[in-house]
Design a protein around this ligand. Structure first.
Ligand code: NIG
Ligand code: FE
Length: 406
């Protein structure tokens, strides 16, 4: 018999189900919830809670859906802290830095790659990220892309083949030959281990024709497209993403009016990655313009050793609010249900009845604190599919709130 677990005395519960509570976030004040067999089976006012088999007291803290990180590159070796330091002295970010990580990744054993992946998976959980995507893209040979995806597959179901990240050095004089390799032997070796195909369509990477070729080959092999688009300059990436029906166009830093219109009218989510603009000292994308036009916006970490070495969705939320003119509510939605939409998932990113019981207890009375208290660790406890995946170590537990937000 399945056991019913309740979370009681929730100061404020964000369900992302407008039918369950107030506003687009479906907020229920002074709430409780019940989980069973890894799913949410009930949410409502604390006063209406029926007895459960076990219960966890939230002591007035807020509960939000687990963050859904729809864009990350956690399979790599080494780091590039020196490049970050050089950028902070005025150097520009270039796609070419990727080659350094490719060299180290090729040299690394599976054990070394897996250790980093495990460390980052634990970091994601500890930061309240309960679903994350993992791209290949630092192997760039048939063997190395395949083994990176095999490792990624052990850590998440959202794996993405990014053989078309950049043209590797050994193909510098034959980029079309590399595109052929990606579309043929590499794709064949990688498709069984991936759900998605991605391409970096930008300066220093792939042009629109090459990118279209890669995405169409991926579609033929049963992979769904997503695109690194318009990160470094205006370009064709966003239009291509919408044209091929990609789930998401990611970065969206330099957009024309036509790009905004295409995202607003199509079914492609605009995934914004403010960690990349922070770490490359680049202009932030204009989230307000996208939201006002009616586009669906997601926030993701872009965790990678070059342009955004962070696993903190809380940082991304704070940057989105402060620098990209999202409201605190919009940013929380984008980091949860927005991310789920960018991965075409209906079971995560919200706490509607039947959803996977992925949730985060904040050390705060409500979700506004995620952007109101930047840089502060507000993650108290994390549940994945109804099981507690992380809680503060003994001795660091926080006291209950006094119940007053006034
Ligand atoms: O999403 N833009 C392309 N790929 C990564 C950066 C990769 C790197 O610099 O290592 C990104 O920002
Ligand atoms: Fe990326």
């Amino acid at each position: 018999m399945s056991r019913a677990s309740a979370i009681t005395n929730i100061g404020s519960l964000v369900t992302n189900d407008p039918d369950a509570g107030e506003g687009p976030l479906g907020v229920i004040p002074e709430a409780a919830l019940v989980m069973m067999s890894g799913r949410i089976v009930w949410t409502g006012p604390m006063a209406d809670l029926q007895p459960a088999d076990e219960s966890f007291d939230a002591q007035g803290h807020a509960i939000v859906p687990g963050f859904v990180d729809s864009h990350a590159h956690p399979v790599f070796a080494g780091d590039r802290a020196d490049e970050f330091a050089a950028r902070m002295k005025g150097e520009a970010y270039q796609a070419g830095g990727i080659h350094r990580t490719v060299r180290l990744t090729r040299e690394a054993t599976n054990e070394v790659l897996d250790r980093t992946l495990q460390r980052l998976s634990a970091e994601f959980a500890r930061q309240g990220i309960t679903t994350f995507e993992a791209k290949s893209g630092y192997g760039l040979t048939v063997h190395d892309e395949q083994r990176c995806l095999q490792l990624a597959q052990q850590a998440t179901e959202e794996t993405t083949f990014l053989g078309a990240h950049v043209v590797p050095m050994e193909f510098a004089h034959d980029p079309d030959g590399y595109v052929r390799l990606v579309c043929e032997d590499m794709l064949q070796a990688c498709a069984p281990h991936a759900r998605w195909i991605d391409v970096f369509c930008d300066r220093g990477a792939f042009d629109a024709d090459q990118a279209r070729h890669v995405l169409q080959a991926g579609l033929q092999a049963g992979l769904w497209p997503r695109v690194h688009a318009n990160q470094l300059q205006p370009g064709p990436g966003v239009q291509l993403a919408v044209e091929v029906g990609a789930a998401s166009a990611d970065h969206c830093t330099y957009l024309s009016a036509e790009d905004v219109d295409a995202l607003a009218t199509g079914h492609t989510v605009a995934t914004l990655l403010p960690g990349a603009e922070f770490s490359t000292r680049s202009p932030y994308p204009d989230a307000r313009r996208l939201l006002d036009a009616g586009a669906t916006v997601a926030l993701a970490t872009d965790c990678n050793p070059g342009s955004s070495y962070t696993t903190s969705m809380s940082l991304c939320i704070a940057l989105a609010v402060r620098e990209m003119h999202m409201t605190p509510d919009e940013a929380v939605w984008a980091a949860t249900l927005g991310g789920a939409k960018a991965l075409r998932r209906t079971d995560v990113g919200h706490l509607g009845i039947g959803s996977r019981a992925d949730l985060v207890e904040l050390d705060a009375p409500n979700h506004l604190h995620l952007s109101y208290r930047p840089g502060v660790d507000l993650i108290n406890r994390v549940w994945v599919a109804g099981d507690m995946a992380w809680s503060r170590p003994e001795g660091y537990e926080v006291d209950g709130l006094d119940g007053s937000a006034e």
